[in-house]
Design a protein around this ligand. Sequence first.
Ligand code: PXP
Length: 263
Amino acid sequence: MSRVKLGVNIDHVAVLREARQVNDPDILQALFVACANGADQITIHLREDRRHIQDVDAKNIMMHSSVPVNLECSINRDILNIVSGLKPHRATLVPEKREEVTTEGGLDVFKYQDEISFAIEQLHDSIIPVSLFVDPTLENMKKSKELGAEMVELHTGTFANLFAMLNSALPYSNHSIKELELPRHELSLRLEKSLEDIKNSAIYANRLGLEVAAGHGLNFHNVSEMLKIEEIIELNIGQSIIARSVFTGLADAIKEMKRLTTR
Ligand code: PXP
């Protein structure tokens, strides 16, 4: 039975810790629980504003993880220097804006091609394979290949937002997505289109020789859609696992996601 690799993003444990500026919950405890309960990879994001993962966390996680570490970072030179020194198993380049709640959309591989190309070269010099977190378009796949990345991570945020507006209580909450307050048939059409974009991009990227991951907004309800796309070999999931763990504990939340991501 083949299984897609499950990358568990533990940033959200550090979000909780930073909310009180204490040392609890312990990020290393989260790492050990994740590794012992089915995480195939640990994903963390060392943000420029250090709102969750700190430099010392990244260093400790690199030292103690029993599974590969996928370190997300921006194309900021200071961050790239730190990442090059940490030597993660892979670096994923992501866009970053200080004011955002979380990563919004993929990297603009056309606007920032020079900076991305420089970043990839620097990371390759340190023998770190590079993934680019991009929106699922054919142009982005082609450009990512041209820029020298080994992998793309398809941004699934648009799909996840549409899925949540159609299939959850989100539209009735304070966090309803205003621009998606549309008739259900319109949401369904857009959802279908978002899935087609992900599928077509995954197939094309795979043909170009890129490995394909996906992530952002994936949860226990929508993840099955990703498993239908054979070219996707890795899913990076954070928020929904940590949210579930408040009720079930981290070990059970990861075990359940692992069960769901078994093809
Ligand atoms: N992949 C990337 C590149 C991300 O930036 C994030 C969010 O940090 C994730 C995956 C995980 O997203 P989520 O927390 O919504 O599961």
